[in-house]
Design a protein around this ligand. Structure first.
Ligand code: AMP
Length: 341
């Protein structure tokens, strides 16, 4: 009997609850320090206890996954804690396209795919001496915004970088990626593409709450500078958003373009959940600064179904359950090879 497995973090609860509801056995690769937390949830059938998630690559956990005929659902923690090469070397089938995860964590590749999908992006700034407007400085990978900072000149960039190195947040050699800051209403657009139905579904929208950039808005500007600290973009949680209905057509178009672009440049394409992340400006024009090529934690706000999925399904449907449903459909139709890599 097929089991659905994931790492104990990020959106594991939603994924395994959805899997259980669809009749699968559930398996959690769990760090020992978090065992107590996850034991609280009755829908987790089996635990693979590890000291660190990287152990999932070792023979013993691999054997357990194989014996359970497991399919791994990748999420942000997998990407944050393992290199693309390590993820690609996982023997257990991975839901979606494990090859596209490299395109998510490598900034150059990410830009290439977003360009191919014709997503409107903020301008890239190639070096600090070209900073002549407000920019955001980012790190590689899915660091969750930790250590990101804003700057408005080369000098400002140098000072903040030095401060972060001094604090041990970033290293001296770490390559940083500079992008124009796009101001507006944050919107993280969540999709699911089914290669079985050959259909794109729009699931929902969330906003991220990031500390301490968000907390700064509560401090009068004349007092902000006294707090001599470089504000970060560390994600603390998410909240729901619905869009003006007139924006939906463009949302679908962006999702479709992304799916088509991924099909062309990283086979088998963007299968399963993904997210296009950006802001809407005062003219409701969307600028996208990121994508995630797998389930995002922002879907956790819709564990009982999202507004847009309630229009497509006559039952509560979370993203975790949608993934499990896809696996169930694929198994019934002998099409598992279409949805895992
Ligand atoms: P990311 O790792 O690119 O998802 O970025 C983390 C956070 O930084 C986002 O959730 C945004 O709040 C912010 N951010 C990233 N890029 C930009 C940008 N170009 N303009 C404005 N905010 C951004």
């Amino acid at each position: 009997m097929t089991a659905i497995a994931t790492l104990g973090s990020h959106c594991a609860l939603q994924v395994l609850k959805g899997a259980k509801d669809e009749g699968f056995r559930t398996l959690l690769v769990c760090e020992k320090k978090r065992e107590r937390l996850y034991r609280r949830f009755p829908f987790i059938d089996e635990f693979i206890l590890v000291d660190s998630f990287k152990e999932v690559l070792e023979p013993e956990p691999q054997k357990m996954l194989e014996q359970n005929d497991a399919i791994i659902i990748p999420h942000g923690t997998l990407i944050a804690q393992m290199s693309s090469e390590q993820i690609e070397s996982i023997k257990t089938p991975v839901f979606g396209n494990k090859w596209i995860l490299k395109w998510e964590s490598d900034r150059e590749k990410k830009e290439e795919l977003m360009k191919e999908a014709r997503l409107p992006m903020p301008k890239k700034v190639s070096s600090p001496d070209e900073i002549n407007s407000l920019v955001i400085v980012k790190r590689q990978g899915a660091a969750g915004g930790k250590g990101y900072f804003m700057a408005n000149s080369e000098e400002d960039f140098d000072n903040k970088r030095t401060e972060l190195i001094y604090q041990g947040v970033i290293s001296e050699t770490e390559p940083l990626f500079i992008q124009e800051y796009a101001a507006g209403v944050l919107a993280y657009l969540q999709f699911f593409y089914s290669p079985i139905k050959e259909e794109l579904e729009f699931f929902g929208v969330d906003q991220r709450h990031e500390s301490d950039i968000e907390g700064l808005a509560r401090i009068p500007s004349e007092l902000q500078l006294k707090n001599n600290k470089v504000p970060s973009f560390n994600v603390i949680g998410n909240s729901p958003l619905v869009l003006r209905e007139s924006l939906l057509d463009e949302v679908y178009a962006m999702g479709e373009n992304f799916v088509q672009a991924a099909k062309r440049i990283v086979k088998p394409g963007m299968n399963g959940p993904f997210c296009i992340e950006g802001v809407y400006d005062e003219n409701a024009k969307f600028t996208s600064f990121e994508f995630s090529a797998r389930i995002v934690a922002g879907t956790n706000i819709y564990m009982d179904g999202s507004p847009y999925y309630s229009l497509l399904f006559n039952e509560p449907m979370s993203m975790g359950k949608r993934i499990a449903r896809e696996i169930k459909n694929a198994k019934e139709n002998n099409q598992l090879d279409k949805i895992v890599t």
